[in-house]
Design a protein around this ligand. Structure first.
Ligand code: SF4
Ligand code: SF4
Length: 109
């Protein structure tokens, strides 16, 4: 399995072009066990609710997570790495899903 350095990637931290073109404005769900719920400051800054009330990470207009710093495909950092929700933790570098995200951003797979 190919391995990638997440700190020079960040492809999975932006809503995919496919999702966006299908009108899905929300991307990563904030699961009930996410450590970020213990930080009211982070909840205020990072969490938005969809029409059904489900919690998601707030995105910039281009679909990029607001907690992501740096440039995708160059150097990135997650501002809430220790508090990030489960979906962020579950993407394994080098997995099929990871490679799909990288492809969607035009990065080498
Ligand atoms: S797409 Fe893969 S390599 Fe890139 S940040 Fe996500 S898990 Fe890491
Ligand atoms: S919380 Fe961190 S790991 Fe999750 S999408 Fe945002 S920047 Fe990426």
């Amino acid at each position: 399995m190919a391995r990638y350095d997440c700190l020079s990637c960040g492809a999975c931290c932006q809503n995919t072009p496919e999702n966006q073109s299908e009108g899905f404005a929300h991307y990563i769900e904030v699961d009930p066990a996410a450590p970020s719920w213990r930080r009211p400051d982070l909840v205020r800054k990072l969490v938005v609710r969809d029409d059904e009330g489900a919690a998601h990470l707030r995105l910039h207009p281009d679909g990029r997570c607001v907690a992501l710093r740096g440039r995708i495909g160059a150097r990135v950092r997650c501002e809430i790495y220790r508090e990030r929700p489960m979906p962020c933790r579950s993407v394994e570098a080098g997995s099929d899903l990871c490679q799909r995200y990288r492809r969607s951003r035009g990065l080498r797979v």
